[in-house]
Design a protein around this ligand. Sequence first.
Ligand code: ASP
Length: 350
Amino acid sequence: MKKLLFMVSVLMIFFGCKADESMPEKEKTQKTNNFAIIIHGGAGTILKKNMSNEKEGEYKAKLEEAVKVGHKILKNGGTSQEAVMRTIQIMEASPLFNAGKGAVFTHEETNELDASFMDGKTLNAGAVAGVTNVKSPIELAIKIMTDSDHVMLSGRGASIFAEEKGLEIVNPSYFYTERRFKSLQRIKDREKTELDHDDKKAAFYDTDIKNSKFGTVGCVALDKNGNIAAGTSTGGMTNKRWGRIGDAPIIGSGTYANNKTCGVSSTGWGEYFIRSQVAYDISAQMEYQQKTLKQATKDVIQNKLTKLGGTGGVVALDKNGNMSFEFNTAGMYRASMNDKDALIVKIYKE
Ligand code: ASP
């Protein structure tokens, strides 16, 4: 009898292990409760001395409102995809940030919006570049991921797709804000008066961009199922020409997410972020060099991007809920919240 019981237990252990080994990947990842969310509203020359208390309060309040929307979704068991979209939509609807409503102007005095989204569980992604009449570019990026065979759509075609899918279409004048229009005029005036040679022009652009504020918005979230999602939305850079596309809609530069490593959203001088593949490089360093999130974000921003001459920053979050804000500019609008409800809202370097 004892022998029989022993055999039965051995068999049970054996089959028990087998069951665990053959468990689908999906179930194996469903064990974390470390949900978390991290956002940015752009980096750049953001200095306390240039900011009124009132403006600072407005930025902080909007960042807090946005991060809390996503946090609530995650706390109630919602997906990281939903949290990222809803959080970014709060910032897209605000004129404070260079995304959606507050988008900057192109040289031709239009607004051309870019956005991207990535799902860390499936590595599915969606992106849009140069749309002029879609109210929420982040929603469109997600729709491209879920409802089309493509990853990236641009311009007129992207608008047609958005219309077909029933997304909210607005008159391009919706994106007009006086503040952004004046910024464009200031740059154009300086171009006219100060520049006569091409070499001066190059120097002018360099200093001007280095000293500017990048108001792109981004969000990375980890949900209770261990799924990471990341998204980024922007108007690009003031005075951009010729259909210029920055890093924000480029998967691997402006946005990246992988459940095995981390999720990242970038903001800064897009050309450098494309050349450095900032978001993917952070994930790759974690995957192939076993770096921590902090080590990887620090190396990519403070070492590699800085050496190349790029300016900006990232928000990133790993599969265990660790978070990182990393930037090489004077400031970055940023906020985060974890599963203990601990809220961080900051602007300047601290
Ligand atoms: N990265 C964006 C771009 O180059 C700008 C920004 O971050 O505000 O289009």
